[in-house]
Design a protein around this ligand. Sequence first.
Ligand SMILES: [Fe+2]
Length: 352
Amino acid sequence: MAEPLYGGRRPQLLAVDDDDLNLMMISRAFQNEADVVTKNSGLDALAWLAEHSADLVMLDLRMPGMDGFDVLRAMKSQPQTADIPVIFLTGDIGVELESRGFTEGATDFVRKPFVPDVMRQRVRRVLRYEYLQDHLEQEVHRQTDLAEQRLAESQALFKEMAMALAKTIDAKDKYTHGHSERVAAYSQLLAAQDGEDETEQEHIYYMGLLHDIGKIGVPEEIINKPGKLTDEEYRIIQSHTTIGSSILKDIKTFPGLSIGARFHHERYDGKGYPDKLAGEKIPAQARIIAVADAYDAMTSSRSYRKGLPQEVARSEIVKGRGTQFDPHVADLMIALIDADTNFTMRDHEEET
Ligand SMILES: [Fe+2]
């Protein structure tokens, strides 16, 4: 049994020759494996092609009226026929003619009088090649779509996991519900205000979202202690920066994610922790997160006080400009506050 010629379906062939005997021989040669339509002039062939589609055309080179080259040229000029492979049938094939045929877009040549089996082999080879080529393009598209879909899925998974982690952190601290997400959102706003592109804004968002992740390693009694902390308790609280950084630093697909966790309590004047970095030595993203963190801490309610009004938070940021905060980032925050006259930046609903 012959192997499927064209992806399992019978291919449609068009044979064009002014010699009816040749057309009959072609029809007979392919009767078991293809549908063959025969036409005995170029004009008839083109008229048929205008209404039908063919997988391959066998075209006599020498015909009265339009010859094979004329028909080929007409086919190449129409989008619906330009890509159909054409095999020239010819008796007198010289090098020059062959070269011209290939230049004008012929796929192959078959000598007349032809041997049916040779003819079949040539046609099969061309059809198989055409089929593979079409199939390859489809396969490349399919694999590309699949890869894009997987990338989108893994990005979505990362976002959901990061959100879940942020909620885990916030759940430990009964006073700061939603703190991580708000700090992330403010940090992103500040980065946008500073002219950072969307990719960098997104990086800062996730650094902000997970800035307090080290609190996972700090006992709840200390985090939620209402009174004054002892020196030892204060030291333990401070360790959330280094714990957070060691949790995040090995995430290879997001290098730098640990920056927010480690450096968000550094101060611009060098009096922060854990590394007492000052000024530009503090990574830029951490200088942004520090301001976002302070703004949210001030405007959030605690058990012992309501969230501060926006103008108080504003004056604290002005006061900390150049000491606690990077002056440039403080200015960006002040501009955001001044633009936010209705105090909508901080969502107060949960506290009422
Ligand atoms: Fe913190």
